[in-house]
Design a protein around this ligand. Structure first.
Ligand code: ADP
Length: 211
């Protein structure tokens, strides 16, 4: 069993890589989905957010207004820190629980041999210690801004601000066992993923065989 931490900055191509890893047989945990889960209505996470930021961050249905919250914290590093202090430990805990479940489930009936944690904030949250290896998706900034404009309608100023709020790409790469350069076409990226996968399996097999 191998646990991969897949990370990279916003719009780098993590989802694109995760899709290919799924095609290759991996099970994927999407940290963005977990991040939404820990602030659903009625959760302690959402209650703490309201206590700190006030009910103005809720929409009319009582859900967290992610757009409002996003513009608030991306404009204000201190607010971002306060929000992260609430959500990050909860995201980490939930993902750790899912890794445990995967490991236990695999012992009784092995299905997927590889689990992928698709998490932009893998290193920032401290999850790098819970994975066997880190894969980083990198992209040149020009492409990244263009793709974010296309996908999310972001202006380049907005995109730059969001990129600046994350650990720089070069720092993430320092933790990486494998790096995928997604500056080219999707086909080229998929080929890199396939190559890394094959290499990882080879290394893992020789490790388990004690070679
Ligand atoms: P992330 O999950 O890291 O935020 P995505 O995988 O969603 O990034 O990629 C960001 C956007 O760029 C998406 O709209 C995706 O379809 C597009 N994209 C990703 N890789 C490429 C590529 N190699 N060429 C062109 N567009 C791409």
């Amino acid at each position: 069993m191998i646990v991969i931490g897949l990370t990279g900055n916003i719009g780098s191509g993590k989802s694109t890589v995760a899709r290919q890893l799924k095609n290759l047989g991996a099970k994927i945990i999407d940290a963005d989905q977990v991040a939404r889960q820990v602030v659903t209505p009625g959760s302690p996470g959402l209650q703490e957010i309201v206590n700190v930021f006030g009910p103005g961050v809720l929409d009319s249905a009582g859900k967290l207004d992610r757009k409002k919250m996003g513009s608030l914290v991306f404009a204000n590093p201190q607010a971002r820190e306060r929000l992260n202090k609430i959500t990050h430990p909860k995201i980490k805990q939930e993902i750790e629980r899912e890794i445990d479940l995967f490991n236990k489930g695999n012992k009784t009936s092995p299905k997927n041999r590889v689990l992928v944690i698709d998490a932009p904030l893998l290193i920032e949250v401290g999850l790098e210690h819970n994975v066997d290896e880190i894969w980083v998706v990198k992209v040149n900034q020009e492409e990244q801004i263009e793709r974010l404009a296309k996908r999310d309608g972001m202006t380049s100023k907005e995109a730059l601000r969001r990129i600046a709020a994350q650990l720089p790409q070069e720092d993430k790469i320092k933790h990486a066992a494998r790096v995928i350069d997604n500056s080219g076409s999707k086909d080229e990226t998929i080929k890199q993923v396939d190559r890394h996968w094959e290499q990882m399996m080879k290394e893992h097999l020789s490790e388990t065989a004690g070679i």
